[in-house]
Design a protein around this ligand. Structure first.
Ligand code: ZN
Length: 258
């Protein structure tokens, strides 16, 4: 697999990849402000990967740079923004100074723009999680793949000033064609390594138990959108301090952003 996870261009060649000039939260468009220019290009063309990134080790193979700490884990939160659950989770993250990657759906940003902006304002990161969260994304026509990625990217950037460089397929449904579409859009395909299946609402205990099984180097998956996420929120209230107490360090994933 090692040979497969390679970026073409300067991002792979450099230990400090070119940065996407993500404007600060203050650059977020106000009603009177002009619309921002089109999203800045992501650094370097990306050669299609044979599989998405599952772990921090995978990520570091794709984007060379300083190694993650040995006790690092990354928290990713999908399907928002949501007007109820995203702010609650943001307050929780803030309390413990934990960074997270929010994998946002474009049509959820629509109508919840202020919530999306608060994610960036709080210092978190955003990944592209398609415009409409289609099922079987890996088997969809290429034009639909391209449109789903581009439309979400435009909405996220226009709303928050943040241009995602990571892409997560709905349900982790990948195919060579979708990996190719992500590469063409200059995004790194991202999966996860610990899935508590919180979206099925298996109960707080089950979600907590599964998340507490996390090991260093893993990418954890949770949801703030797609329905009632009270179980997820309750589990995170236990899991975040517990993992911190165990000595785990939560790290920001999208290191091409400040
Ligand atoms: Zn999703």
């Amino acid at each position: 697999m090692a040979g497969a996870l390679v970026l073409a261009g300067s991002a792979a060649a450099s230990a400090s990849p070119a940065r996407v000039p993500a404007p600060r939260a203050t650059a977020v468009p106000r009603p009177t402000a002009p619309r921002p220019s089109p999203a800045p290009p992501a650094p370097a063309a990306v050669r299609p990967l044979r599989r998405p990134v599952h772990t921090l080790k995978d990520y570091r193979r794709v984007l060379p740079g300083r190694a993650f700490p040995a006790d690092a884990v990354a928290l990713t939160i999908d399907d928002g923004p949501h007007p109820v659950w995203t702010p609650k989770i943001l307050r929780l993250l803030d309390r413990y100074h934990v960074p997270a990657l929010f994998c946002m759906i474009g049509n959820q940003v629509l109508g919840h723009e202020a919530v999306a902006r608060s994610v960036v304002r709080d210092g978190h990161q955003i990944a592209n999680h398609t415009w409409s969260h289609p099922t079987r994304m890996g088997r969809r026509p290429h034009t639909l793949m391209r449109r789903e990625l581009a439309r979400a990217q435009e909405k996220i950037y226009d709303t928050t000033g943040y241009a995602p460089t990571l892409f997560r397929s709905p349900g982790g449904d990948w195919s060579p064609a979708l990996l190719g579409a992500a590469a063409k859009a200059r995004m790194v395909p991202l999966d996860w390594s610990d899935d508590p299946r919180d979206w099925t609402r298996p109960g707080v205990t089950a979600i907590t138990h599964r998340l507490l099984a996390a090991r260093p180097g893993q990418i954890l998956l949770c949801h703030d959108g797609g329905g009632d996420r009270s179980q997820t929120y309750a589990a995170l209230r236990t899991v975040i301090p517990a993992l911190r107490a165990r000595g785990y360090r939560f790290v920001a994933l999208d290191q091409r952003h400040p």
